[in-house]
Design a protein. Structure first.
Length: 258
């Protein structure tokens, strides 16, 4: 007796769907990259209008990595470099590479207890017992915190940002542009350079230094200036000559009030 072979008929629609999925998996990575090197050789990060439209690409963690592999910046980014060069000339300092926030790993969970730098700070500085978002106790939800920038108290963690006293972008332009990724991570998570502040004030401050922004709470300004300078010294960062003159006047004014 001959063996009889049975064949299962697969619907054509399922076959087509499988083919499409297989093709997509072959041409696109299974994760969302931070930077895409397009087939035309342009490096697009997530701020680029062409990022989502770029389907065929090589993935990178940073713009710098992409450029090092022969990629080039979009025209808009090139214009930013031209602007940064002009600013460097005006401020009397050497031009540095374009700042990329993804080069600065921050809000790390160094001790692997599920609480990152931000939530560790919220937990440590609350003047009242905190509550957490879940039973895992990873994310702080409520407590009580004093913000010296505004001289106000807050009970909702979402009302506060964890501010870098010396902003990451400011550090980048004042001596940190060539640091290793490990050095940048250390700076970005250093508790001496971190303070919980009203979210709107943190965003108002942005990447400004002492010559451009001071906390609206006048009673805290001298302490803020001293801490800003302490961090600058600790990491061997330097002011541009025009900034240094203003900083010296600020320090002199604070010394007169002591």
């Amino acid at each position: 007796m001959k063996a009889v072979t049975f064949f299962r008929i697969v619907p054509y629609s399922l076959f087509v769907a499988f083919a499409i999925c297989t093709s997509a998996m072959a041409t696109s990575p299974s994760f969302e990259p931070k930077v895409k090197l397009s087939s035309s050789g342009i490096c697009h990060d997530q701020t680029s209008a062409s990022f989502n439209r770029t389907k065929k690409y090589q993935a990178f963690d940073t713009i710098t990595d992409c450029l090092n592999q022969g990629g080039r910046l979009p025209k808009a980014k090139t214009n930013q470099i031209d602007k940064a060069t002009d600013e460097a000339i005006e401020q009397g300092r050497a031009f540095v590479t374009l700042y990329d926030r993804s080069d600065w790993p921050h809000w790390l969970d160094s001790d692997k207890d599920c609480q990152n730098t931000r939530h560790e700070m919220l937990l440590q500085t609350s003047t009242k017992t905190v509550s957490f978002k879940s039973n895992k106790e990873c994310n702080v939800l409520t407590g009580e915190w004093y913000d010296p920038y505004s001289s106000e108290k807050f009970t909702q963690s979402t009302d506060l940002d964890l501010d870098h006293i010396v902003p990451l972008k400011f550090a980048h332009g004042h001596g940190a542009s060539n640091w290793s990724r490990e050095q940048k991570a250390l700076f970005a998570n250093d508790s001496e350079n971190l303070i919980l502040a009203q979210a709107s004030l943190n965003r108002q401050k942005g990447a400004k230094g002492l010559s451009e922004w001071l906390p609206p709470n006048h009673q805290y300004r001298c302490e803020y200036i001293a801490q800003f300078n302490k961090v600058m010294t600790k990491y061997n960062l330097s002011y541009a000559p025009s900034e240094q003159r203003i900083v010296k006047r600020l320090v002199k004014a604070c010394n007169r009030t002591v």
